[in-house]
Each structure stands twice: as structure tokens, then as C-alpha cells.
Design a protein around this ligand. Sequence first.
Ligand code: HEC
Length: 99
Amino acid sequence: MHSTARTILAGFVLVCTQAAVAADQPVEVRDPTYAKVCSYCHDKGIGPAIVGRQLPTVYIENVVRHGFRAMPSFRPTEIDNAALASVARWVSESAAAKK
Ligand code: HEC
């Protein structure tokens, strides 16, 4: 009886946690650079959606480093190479957000 209650409680906590994660992060766990920098424009309609489009990592890295029309460029002092490689791979492999 006691352990059953504990199992139910654990299940409930798990469901709540997953619901909170799902609402906040539509796409698995977001890359920290994406969450901190890109999301500001790319999840707010300022820039086009870039997740879930299987954009090539090389293309993403080029756009970030050199800018693209209205997209500002970012220097290595702002986003270092490791962070850029990580965010490019995450954006490229991310699934489309379910809205
Ligand atoms: C200040 C706003 C802003 C930020 C921050 C920003 N972007 Fe953008 N981005 C844009 C805009 C606006 C465009 C569309 C450019 C155009 O077409 O004129 C764009 C376009 C792009 C494109 C090309 C999309 C396409 O359809 O081909 C990529 C890739 C991209 N951004 C990646 C990123 C990544 C990765 C980050 C984070 C490191 C980022 N952007 C941060 C505004 C932003």
C-alpha cells in the first residue's frame, strides 16, 4: 500500500516534469547557444524558423559568422567555434517544433 502510493507519486512527478519540459522546450533539450542567442529572433518571428529544416551545418555556420541580409554576424568572441559547431549541429538535427 505504502509503496503503491509512492509509485503513483513518482509517476505523477515524472508526468509533471515532462509536461513542463514540453511546454518550455518544444524541441528535445535546446542547445544553450540557441536558447541564449538564436531563439531571441528565430522563435519570435523576427527571423525565419530554422529548426526542423535539416539545414546543413556548414550553411548555418556561414550565416552566423558572416550574416545574411537581415541576420547579424557573430564573431568568435561572441560565439566561439565549439559553441558554433554545437549549435549548428543541434539546429541541423532538430525536429520541427510542434505548435
Ligand atoms: C537579431 C536577430 C537574430 C539573431 C540573434 C539570430 N538570427 Fe538568424 N536570422 C535573423 C534574420 C532576420 C534572418 C533572415 C535574414 C533575411 O532573410 O533577411 C536570419 C536568418 C538565419 C538563417 C538563414 C535561414 C534560411 O531560411 O536560410 C540561419 C541559418 C540563421 N539565421 C541562423 C542563426 C543562428 C544559428 C543564430 C544563433 C547563433 C541566429 N541565427 C541568431 C535574425 C537573427
